[in-house]
Ligand binder design. Sequence first.
Ligand code: IMP
Length: 181
Amino acid sequence: MFKLITHNRNKYLEMKKIIPSLEMLDMEYPEIQADTIEEVIDFALDHLGERIEGDFIIDDSGLFIHELNDFPGVYSAYIFKTLGNEGILKLLEGVDRRDATFKTVIGLRYKGENFKFIGLCHGKISKEARGKYGFGYDPIFIPERYSRTFAEMSTEEKNKVSHRGKAIRKLEAFLKRIGEI
Ligand code: IMP
């Protein structure tokens, strides 16, 4: 039985669609300020690994807007809280090149060892916020080959193409290979 340590129930529900036996543990842990999501994950895995029993997973994600030199990237959580989607749309006012990449790194602590599973989703920032599903930047992100935002998609549809969907399917394949699910 694997548990996802997070405050974010939406992330849990997305992952649970792919790994139904997943459980959620709502618990605080330090997210260091670093240059990459991978470093944030490694630090948190070691920190939590010394404090809790058994195997667990964590998820750290970010939105990288190419025209803004990959901002907000590792600052995505802080920028969402301070500027929000309207703030991002303002920064991109009049900008035609709206390409962006969502990235998820899932960290797995398994028998005292760290593993990472990465998922990327390329797309564009919409001109206005649309849709009522999902969370965070979902209303302003349109994945490649779609015209709808993530917030206009069901969880299943988002999972098919999303950064988190890709990362969780890699984790699923790994857990199957080692006979854990
Ligand atoms: P974190 O992984 O919780 O640190 O996420 C960083 C920021 O990106 C937060 O503001 C999240 O709400 C947002 N975020 C993470 N994953 C997604 C997603 O799949 N869709 C939209 N926003 C996301």
